[in-house]
Design a protein around this ligand. Structure first.
Ligand code: LLP
Length: 422
């Protein structure tokens, strides 16, 4: 099954005369200069994703808050800030990153099922735009700091509407058996109780449904349910924060609705509800297909019944296949021309059977030690989920802008592994 890589990379990563390029840079040259494994980003791909997302939601008052957890590199955050997006943060660390790159506080929203007191205090002190509330006790903590810093803090109630979505069960967040959000009965009583709160103003609802959603239907269903809930509670929401979740193709065989179609359906529902502000928190859509992971073949193990290609990137560098069984395309940096293919599992050097990047992947039959492989769709939840397992330093991150490249994160050295240990 040959992949149509244009569908995934939109032309920002492609083969030219048999060699794979990121914008105008040959990736083998990057691998040689900076070593492997190496995350490689395309600047123009990132700009184009932001532009497409903004255009899809034109026509309603929207605050787009990029979800920092998808990729929190400060150079990436800086580019996102320059494009005038805000951010969705879920920890003190993400909030500090956002402040470090000077996101305006009124474009920062804070979500999370377990916010610590000091994280809430930092948010209130820095006067961020709003908190998304998942627990009644959170309101009391926010109130305490709102009083201390003499502010009125905007809050949205995160609802758990028991809506099922078609994605991996680890990233479904709106089913009632998951830890996220408030059920409608608690939400209803919180609304009544805090209607005249001097320090906390509940302006609306937050509804992140899950991640890598390919279809529009769950969003419209959720908004219809919210509309009924508001009517029953005699509440007119000023803000609807729909969260993120907008899917991307990991393969050209993935069927994902265009972001324009999400936009049309969601805007119509927001107008029906009459909310003044729509907040969106895309992560994967913005960065997912703007990067690849370069790795080098260390060994090829040919067995009678199975082949293994052992690379220098493992589950500590990119955990999604091991963790969720996710599919990422894996292709050679040198296009093979018309020769034979073999099937192989592409695996890492980690001492775990689950350490793989791809299973039963077609690779050129002559694949050998030293060849460079490309793992696709490596911009979201890849570096940000990387670890030092097996005491492996994390990869470097490089960004290409036309024919120039910039190191946006140095490769970790061994000393970084034990810095802080006593
Ligand atoms: N807002 C909230 C409250 C979230 O929890 C998330 C993601 C987002 C926004 C952004 O969702 P996105 O647009 O990126 O789908 N590690 C998993 C994905 C976990 C998503 C967690 N929450 C993966 O690699 O697929």
């Amino acid at each position: 099954m040959e992949e149509n890589i244009e569908v995934i990379f939109n032309g920002f990563f492609r083969y030219k005369n048999g060699n794979f390029y990121a914008e105008e840079k040959r990736v083998e040259d990057i691998a040689k200069k900076y070593g492997t494994p190496c995350y490689l980003y395309s600047y123009h791909s990132l700009l184009s994703r932001i532009k497409k997302f903004k255009e899809a939601f034109k026509g309603v008052n929207t605050l787009i808050c990029y979800s920092v957890k998808a990729n929190s590199n400060i150079s990436i955050l800086k580019i996102i800030k320059e494009q005038e997006l805000g951010v969705d943060v879920v920890s003190g660390g993400e909030l500090q990153r956002a402040l470090l790159v000077n996101f305006p506080p009124d474009k920062i929203v804070f979500a999370g099922v377990g916010k610590k007191d000091e994280e809430i205090e930092l948010g209130v002190k820095k006067n961020i735009y709003c908190f998304n509330i998942e627990n009644e006790d959170e309101i009391e903590i926010i109130e305490r700091y709102a009083r201390k810093y003499r502010r009125k803090v905007i809050c949205n109630l995160r609802l758990n509407l028991d809506i099922d979505v078609d994605t991996h069960h680890y990233v479904k967040t709106s089913k009632k058996e998951t830890k996220f959000g408030l059920d409608i009965h608690s939400a209803s009583s919180i609304l009544k109780k805090h209607r005249n709160n001097k320090y906390v103003e509940i302006k609306g609802f937050h509804l992140h449904l899950g991640s890598q959603l390919k279809d529009i239907h769950p969003y419209t269903k959720a908004l219809d349910t919210v509309k009924i809930f508001c009517k029953e509670n005699n509440f007119s929401p000023e803000i609807i924060d729909l969260g993120g979740g907008f899917g991307i193709p990991y393969s050209s065989y993935d069927r994902v609705k265009d972001i324009e179609d999400f936009g049309v359906a969601i805007k119509e529902k927001i107008k029906e509800i009459g909310a003044k502000l729509l907040i969106l928190e895309p992560g994967r859509y913005i960065v997912g297909n703007t990067a690849i992971l370069l790795c080098r073949v260390l060994y090829v193990k040919r067995r009678q019944d199975k082949n293994f290609v052992i690379t220098d990137a493992g589950m500590n560098d990119l955990v999604r296949p091991a963790f969720y069984g996710s599919h990422h395309i894996i292709i050679p940096a040198k296009k093979s021309t018309g020769e034979k293919y073999i099937k192989a599992d592409i695996v890492g050097p980690i001492c775990e059977t689950g350490d793989y990047l791809g299973k039963d992947i077609e690779v050129p039959a002559h694949i050998k030690r030293g060849d460079i492989l490309i793992v696709g769709s490596a911009g979201a939840y890849c570096f940000s989920m990387a670890s030092n397992y097996n005491s492996r330093p994390r990869p470097c991150e490089i960004m290409v802008n036309k024919n120039r490249e910039f190191v946006i994160r140095k490769r970790e050295d061994y000393k970084a592994l034990w810095a802080g240990e006593l």
